[in-house]
Design a protein around this ligand. Sequence first.
Ligand SMILES: [Zn+2]
Length: 292
Amino acid sequence: MMRIVLLGAPGSGKGTQAQRLQAKFNVPQISSGDLLRDAVARKTALGLKAKAAMEAGQLVSDDIVLGLIRERLSQADAQNGFILDGFPRNSDQAATLSKLLVDIGQPLEAVLLMDVRTRTLIERMAGRRICKHCGKVFSVSALPSDMSCKSNSNGHELYQRVDDKEDVIAKRLDVYKSQTKPLIDHYSKLGLLKVIKGEGTLELITARMEAALAKSGSKTEKVKRKAARKTASNNSSVKPAAKKASRKKVAAKRKAAPVKKPAVVKKKKVVARKPARKTVKKSAARKPARKK
Ligand SMILES: [Zn+2]
């Protein structure tokens, strides 16, 4: 189950990671901006309200956005979870969102914050070029040689968004920080916040997110895990006792009939092999994860 809110500065790679998680876990990425645009385009009741507010130069009210989120989460593809992006933007919205999610039986599991250094954010955004036709995003560090997108045979022209110029970026980041700080504090107090180091390869960052989510999980799951651990330790405490008993039997047999020595040797070998196999498996499993 993946019910998360994604937080991250512009350029933090939040959108890319959301897409990766969406594909991997088959849960929808729900952006408040997309919901609004979609509702306005489909002229739903909430969409018409939102349109009226925007045309009057007003902000779309939280009620409307929350209504859209409620509608969206009732759809079949959101029953395994969701990735919320762009909402909430402040702690009031966070509180009403939490209420709504509890109300519909889909409480928030975690809030992932993409943590990327300001210097890196500026580098990334200032180096971003976008295709005029298909909207595909390129990085200056990995630009096609003829500066065109290859989505069709003619090649598409690339441009730099006005708000991806360095002076504008710095301002955007300041705004983001001051807006997001209270939200981060809010979720931190609730114990929902997971800070994800957002630098490194895409695969590595996704792995960090998954690890953070695996650590969270619901309380009931934690209780279940604890119970499982107890039974496991109970079992393992039974095993040595059983081993001792069998060793005693073997020792007794040895005394009674020293001829059976080969059988005892075999058993010892098996016992010695087991831990050796385990360490091999562990290191083998770790290596590819590190490479990624
Ligand atoms: Zn293109």
